[in-house]
Design a protein around this ligand. Sequence first.
Ligand code: NAP
Length: 338
Amino acid sequence: MSLFTKAAVLYEKGAKLILDEFELPDLQENQVHIRILAAALNRRDLWIQKGLYAKIQYPAILGSDGCGIVVNVANKEHNHLLGQRVIIHPSLFWGDNDKAQGTSFQVLGMPAYGTLAKDIVCNYDRVYLAPKHLTNEQAAALPLAGLTGWRALIRQGKAQNKHKILITGIGGGVALITAQLAIALGCEVWITSGDEIKIQSALSMGASGGILYTDPNWGKEVHKTMGGFDCIIDGTAGSEFNQLLEAVKAGGTIVNYGATLGTVEKLNIHRIFWKQITIIGSTMGNDEDFSNMLDFVALKHILPAVDSVFTLQEIDNAFDKMERNKQFGKIIITMEDM
Ligand SMILES: NC(=O)c1ccc[n+]([C@@H]2O[C@H](COP(=O)([O-])OP(=O)(O)OC[C@H]3O[C@@H](n4cnc5c(N)ncnc54)[C@H](OP(=O)(O)O)[C@@H]3O)[C@@H](O)[C@H]2O)c1
């Protein structure tokens, strides 16, 4: 029997998302049906909406983060999940190489239908119990950003207690949860932002220092002040990247997981070899990263920051807020009133 749901659907490049009735795919073996309570936006959703993403398939239901209740399972071996509050692991088909995802890798929310919907069907092995200490909104804020931050910080950055860590663009969803993870790990955490108020908010969450990236010489200056960073976690790249080569310690590491400012032109290659800097990329994470991240969040009672909550009907306003970089924490879409 066909089941219909409501979803925010993207039908073409640059179009607004349209709230539409949508036929849920039939449950395949090993799949579960989740009634979504809350979803969260990521920059990726905006890139796709604007057509600035590879291999976009329409119609697209975006959304890589979701918290919901399991309402049906295809396989009775999964009955224990019925009625459970769960979150969805957004890395699909990672493959068996710990070091990088394979060629079949996908992110939940295009081409696979995502969480900006009242219901979703997904594979059983992507479903994890939501951490008990989190609200639905906080749980929805966690998966993609928490996973990306965990892998960047722990697996690629090898961060440890007392390390000096710099996290760029604290207004970013990944940046903020990474700062929370690093603070909970006992690192000395510094952050950059274009907004003094966001710096103050980060300091009140336990960051040790904040830098305005609008200062043209901040990289050299911060190195002079505090001796440089063991590791920098960056999602910005672009014209800012050479500042990181100044700010990092000799022998330190820069982990890059994104390029909000685009490619790096005029890379200062001399600083890289002279300071013996390791630069390593990072993308989302595998199942081990996701489990370890969830265990750590539960152990340390980390509360992912929620900036604001919109209904699915208000999805345009939510996208607009992300585009203007006004958020501090995740932008959440609630489905509870639908
Ligand atoms: N590889 C992966 O697995 C992965 C996963 C998630 C995201 N990403 C990528 O990572 C990037 C961030 O994504 P997100 O969703 O976390 O971020 P986001 O919520 O879109 O936030 C972007 C932030 O970038 C910061 N920014 C803007 N100009 C900057 C500059 N000159 N220097 C430093 N920061 C600057 C701003 O911080 P302030 O407001 O503090 O100024 C802004 O809030 C995106 O490019 C995204 O596509 C990659």
